[in-house]
Design a binder for this molecule. Structure first.
Ligand SMILES: NC(=O)c1ccc[n+]([C@@H]2O[C@H](COP(=O)([O-])OP(=O)(O)OC[C@H]3O[C@@H](n4cnc5c(N)ncnc54)[C@H](O)[C@@H]3O)[C@@H](O)[C@H]2O)c1
Ligand SMILES: O=C(O)C[C@H](O)C(=O)O
Ligand SMILES: [Mn+2]
Length: 553
């Protein structure tokens, strides 16, 4: 800071209580209350953070509906960040479905109705020439992680316009609660390109641009305006792309992955968690990755991203690229992807079958292929029917079935049905949280194969290792680390086994996954070289635990 720039005065009194990063509420001590002009403002009781957290948890439980619990927690976050994160961290299993998927989907749908206070930045197409200036209005100077969406493909719910802001906010809450990125160093961004959702366009309360989405060159200009503003104003910040429609997701990633520190969570984060869960599943099943026959329902950016990473792992294990490709059958809304189909993108064409002429539907593909693995990223609720699952299970001892579409209302199957239809032989993971299964009188948790196992760890990795790029090898290393963490908690004999580490151990798992990605970053020249023990220490240091401290602002 130069002599001419003045340090902004620390807020006092009511202004201090209104700053969620400095506010301690009832935890301000009598001395602090005197020193900062707070006497008489909070009620007389002086509480510790733990006491506040217990009271907040009781208040949370006082709401019955998940959306009301979400609103309560968001309001707590906007009032007192340390307290919010303490409560979420301590009750991760209970609160993840409320802060995040599936309830965040409702919060996005009803964004304009439940809106209370601004958070992050809204960048509109009209302002594209002034993004750098607007970025300077960000609430905090130094940012480690940005999550940006344009709201066009929110979970499986389609175009939510500015309502999509719920997703970057939710994801960044978990960057903090799990990855330990300081809340002051996170920035959610909503890129407002308009909306094609007729209900929103007609809704008098809609809070976004009431215009149709810009497309083509204008859309590309919008993305470029964001990237150049971030490069100029926040160089070195991790930029995570989230819930972009498939038509934009991959082109954006291809355009920017070698230019700045960036990744697409739906393509790469999803892939890493799916591969991690698959590696555990085949360990439990006692089979080899290179022997799997994999049917994928859905051929959007998430599905192709998952197959691409599994394919990389297969070639790492000795399969030729062509043989690895031949292990996959993709089925989308028009049926099997075949070489004779028109309109496939370059990434999809990789998986188009040359040996089949007809675009059979899923049931027929499962009958012909006898898959060992069935992955759903289709948004098609209930698409893994009893007939299909029984057919698969008749030809495979331990069918691996991952209905990964979110939220729950779009999942391809319910794990309890899968367990019934396979006599408990299924190895299952879902995208949204699922209640535990009853197997032989025991409760068996169902793994949540959601990119939440990966993105907070990637944030922690790049921050600790001072990485400048997110490389493919970093993501594959993260996936393998997810698998290792899970293998430790998977029971070998029990049916079905949990395929991912328990949510309560996620902060520890995030450190291990981050370490693996950080080591890979060094090997790839994407971060300064450092020894593993130094990196382990750097990761541990970088993981902030929720407490009252002096945030860097
Ligand atoms: N578990 C996770 O971590 C995770 C991560 C990313 C995405 N997802 C979920 O994956 C889903 C898809 O995401 P995307 O970005 O790839 O979406 P997308 O809209 O780009 O792709 C959907 C694909 O499914 C196909 N499809 C649609 N209806 C179908 C049907 N009835 N039968 C067969 N195929 C059908 C479409 O043809 C398309 O190929 C979403 O529900 C999203 O929430 C989950
Ligand atoms: O947001 C999630 O829960 C996972 C994933 O990013 C999705 O788009 O479904
Ligand atoms: Mn997503």
């Amino acid at each position: 800071m130069t002599a001419n720039e003045s340090v902004p005065p620390s807020p006092r009194g009511a202004a201090l209580l209104a700053d969620p990063l400095l506010n301690k509420g009832t935890a301000f001590t009598p001395d602090e209350r005197t020193a900062h002009g707070l006497e008489g403002l909070p009620p007389p009781a002086v509480e510790s953070l733990d006491e506040q957290a217990r009271r907040a948890h009781a208040a949370f439980l006082g709401y019955d509906k998940p959306l009301n619990r979400h609103i309560y927690l968001r309001q707590l976050q906007d009032t007192n960040e340390a307290l919010f994160h303490r409560v979420v961290t301590e009750h991760l299993e209970e609160m993840l479905p409320v802060v995040y998927t599936p309830t965040v989907g409702d919060a996005c749908r009803r964004f304009s109705e439940i809106y209370r206070r601004p958070r992050g930045l809204f960048l509109s197409y009209e302002d594209r020439h002034r993004f750098r200036e607007i970025l300077r209005n960000r609430p905090h100077r130094d940012v480690d992680v940005i999550v940006v969406t344009d709201g066009q493909r929110i979970l499986g719910l389609g175009d939510q316009g500015v309502g999509g802001m719920g997703i970057p906010i939710g994801k960044l809450s978990l960057y903090t609660a799990i990855g330990g990125i300081h809340p002051a160093r996170t920035l959610p961004i909503l890129l407002d390109a308009g909306t094609d959702n007729e209900d929103l366009l007609a809704d008098p309360h809609y809070l976004g641009r009431r215009e149709r989405r810009v497309t083509g060159a204008a859309y590309d200009e919008l993305g470029e305006a964001l990237v150049s503003a971030v490069e100029a104003e926040l160089p070195g910040t991790l930029l995570q792309w989230e819930d972009f429609a498939t038509a934009h997701a991959r082109p954006i990633l291809t355009r920017y992955r070698d230019r700045l520190l960036t990744f697409n969570d739906d393509i790469q984060g999803t892939a890493a968690v799916a591969l991690g869960a698959l590696l555990t599943a085949i360990t439990v099943a006692g089979t080899r990755l290179t022997d799997q026959r994999i049917v994928v329902l859905g051929a959007g950016s998430a599905a192709v991203g998952v197959a691409d990473m599994i394919r990389t792992a297969m070639t790492d294990e000795g399969l030729s690229p062509d043989d690895a490709r031949a292990r996959f059958w993709f089925v989308d809304v028009d049926g099997l992807l075949t070489a004779s189909r028109d309109g496939l993108s370059e990434e999809q064409r990789v998986y188009a079958r040359g040996d089949e002429q007809e675009s059979y539907g899923l049931a027929e593909v499962v009958r012909r292929v006898e898959p060992t693995v069935l992955i759903g990223l289709s948004t098609a609720h209930g698409a893994f029917t009893e007939e299909i699952v029984r057919q698969m299970a008749s030809a495979c001892e331990r069918p691996v079935i991952f209905p990964l579409s979110n939220p729950t209302s779009h999942a391809e199957a319910d794990p309890a049905d899968l367990a019934r239809w396979t006599d408990g032989r299924v190895l299952v993971a879902t995208g949204s949280p699922s209640p535990p299964l009853e197997v032989d009188g025991h409760e068996v948790p169902v793994a949540q194969a959601n990119n939440v196992y990966v993105f907070p760890a990637i944030g922690l990795a790049v921050t600790a290792a001072r990485a400048t790029r997110v490389t493919v090898r970093m993501m594959v290393a993260a996936a393998r680390a997810v698998g290792r963490c899970a293998a430790r908690s998977a029971t070998d004999g029990s049916r079905p086994a949990p395929l991912l580490p328990p949510l309560r151990d996620m902060r520890a798992a995030a450190r291990e996954i981050a370490l693996a990605a950080a080591v890979a970053a060094g090997e790839d020249g994407a971060a300064p070289r450092a020894g593993e023990e130094d990196l382990r220490a750097a990761v541990a240091r970088a993981q902030w635990s929720p407490r009252y401290d002096e945030p860097s602002r």
